[in-house]
Design a protein around this ligand. Structure first.
Ligand SMILES: [Zn+2]
Length: 465
């Protein structure tokens, strides 16, 4: 090393060695006890500073202020970083630092400009590289999805309590009598219609046939393709209860069709091209990308001026963007996520059982549950024995059903943490993968503005359970 280099090195190492870094501490909002106490965060962060020879300066926000979205210590930390008082930030885990993705973006901009070092106890994130930033974004977004999932879970619990009473209120559903028992001939007609749709027969033809045979809707009206569609995509026919279009629970009634058939038909009938009755070419994000102005799914089209393919909102007509860069960023996010260690934790189910075995066991359990009633009626079991046996069987049944849902979810098979070729996946599979991971929203931008990554807002979806 030349003396000049030597000098630079010394200067560098002393700068690094005695560098003042901000240690940011925040109580977790999680009150279930999984949260990490501030004292433990502090201890771990100090240890990390010691290892690096850094001098810690502490910034601590308490629980209450963070809940309200006010974080005075965090603001101080940003100001000190801006002024150069601290040269780096140490935090237990990235999700301590950011509650919302926009905060992360702001922080990354600052870190970049001020060349801040960032270290986390759970592993370093290098925000100076594309991958590091991507990882931080994903991590932030996933943390946000977790928070949303918790709140969704609470809402769901409330909703289920409200729905604890039997039935749906209002008009009976086609295919079921008012006591939720399958009603003939409607149930058989539905079963037939599922098969027909899968074999390519149009909804219009099914409506016409039902009308010809004098079958009416439960409101006493004639069928149209659209009302047939509505009936077919109702998850109750597969034995699920839905609430505002979202499947919330297994229902107590007998399904008319199987989960697989229902899923296949629902996904076919939800295909935007089919619904709109057009032959518009399906693109990666057609019907998946949401318009940030009016919240309608966007379609694809061609720019009048440049002839380039675009995503365009055909509802408000005030939002469009060239297709390629939008697709490019979405693909990058999907690939980044699937290759990150997070994907393992979030998507892989360690006890993937055999679908067939699970189905058989499910059928067996349902049979045994029914048999209990018969045994009771015949006096072979008393009330208490029936109750005990029923509880045991129902617990097992709910385990099995959960496993079935997880096992069924094979969209990600072969994609997680492997070097797969995105382009080799069929477009439908690519779209399914995206649909399961997040909801992309295209935010409005000035007319003619080229696409920027921050025009795309990503809402990561929680794992389906
Ligand atoms: Zn719109």
């Amino acid at each position: 090393m030349s003396s000049f280099e030597n000098l630079r090195y010394l200067e560098y190492s002393s700068r690094i060695l005695h560098m003042r870094v901000g240690v940011y501490l925040r109580q977790s909002l999680d009150r279930t006890g999984e949260g990490l106490a501030v004292s433990r965060q502090r201890e771990d962060c100090v240890k990390l500073c010691d290892q690096r020879g850094w001098t810690p300066v502490f910034y601590e926000d308490n629980d209450t202020s963070a809940t309200k979205g006010v974080r005075p210590a965090y603001q101080n930390l940003l100001e000190d970083a801006e002024k150069g008082v601290i040269k780096g930030v140490v935090v237990w885990d990235l999700d301590r630092l950011h509650r919302r993705p926009i905060e992360l973006e702001h922080f990354m901009e600052l870190a970049d400009r001020k060349r801040l070092s960032l270290a986390t106890v759970t592993g370093d994130v290098d925000l100076s590289t594309d991958n590091g930033r991507l990882f931080a974004r994903i991590k932030g977004a996933v943390a946000k999805a977790e928070v949303e999932r918790k709140s969704a879970r609470q809402k769901r619990a409330a909703r289920q309590a409200a729905e604890a009473g039997h039935g749906w209120g209002g008009r009976r559903a086609f295919g079921y009598d008012p006591d939720d028992l399958p009603l003939e001939p409607e149930a058989s007609l539905l079963r037939g219609a599922y098969k027909k749709v899968l074999s390519g027969i149009s909804l219009h033809a099914i409506a016409a046939e039902w009308n010809r045979n004098g079958i009416n809707t439960t409101a006493g009206k004639k069928w149209t393709g659209s009302t047939v569609r509505q009936v077919l995509i109702n998850p109750r026919n597969a034995g699920w209860r839905s609430y505002r279009g979202e499947i919330v629970a297994d229902a107590t009634w007998e399904p008319i069709t199987t989960e697989d058939t229902w899923r296949a038909v629902a996904s076919l009938l939800n295909t935007p091209g089919r619904r709109a009755g057009t032959n518009a070419r399906k693109r990666l994000l057609t019907g998946i990308l949401i318009c940030g102005r009016c919240e309608h799914p966007m379609r694809s089209g061609v720019s009048h001026t440049s002839n380039d393919p675009i995503y365009v909102c055909k509802n408000c007509h005030r939002n469009s963007r060239r297709l390629d860069p939008v697709d490019g960023l979405v693909i990058k996010l999907v690939k980044g996520f699937l290759s990150s260690p997070l994907a393992d934790a979030l998507l892989v189910n360690p006890n993937q059982g055999n679908l067939e075995e699970l189905r058989n066991e499910e059928a067996g359990l349902i049979g045994r549950l029914k048999q209990l009633g018969v045994d009771y009626a015949e006096g072979l079991l008393n009330g208490r024995e029936v109750k005990t046996a029923r509880e045991r069987l129902e617990t097992r049944l709910s385990d099995i059903r959960e496993q079935l849902i997880n096992t069924n979810d094979q969209v990600f098979e072969g994609l997680i943490r492997t070097d797969f070729k995105w382009d080799s996946l069929h477009l439908d599979r690519q779209r399914s993968v995206i649909r399961k991971l997040f909801v992309p929203t295209l935010l409005p931008a000035g007319r003619g503005r080229p696409f920027q990554p921050d025009h795309l807002s990503i809402r990561w979806l929680p794992k389906e359970h």
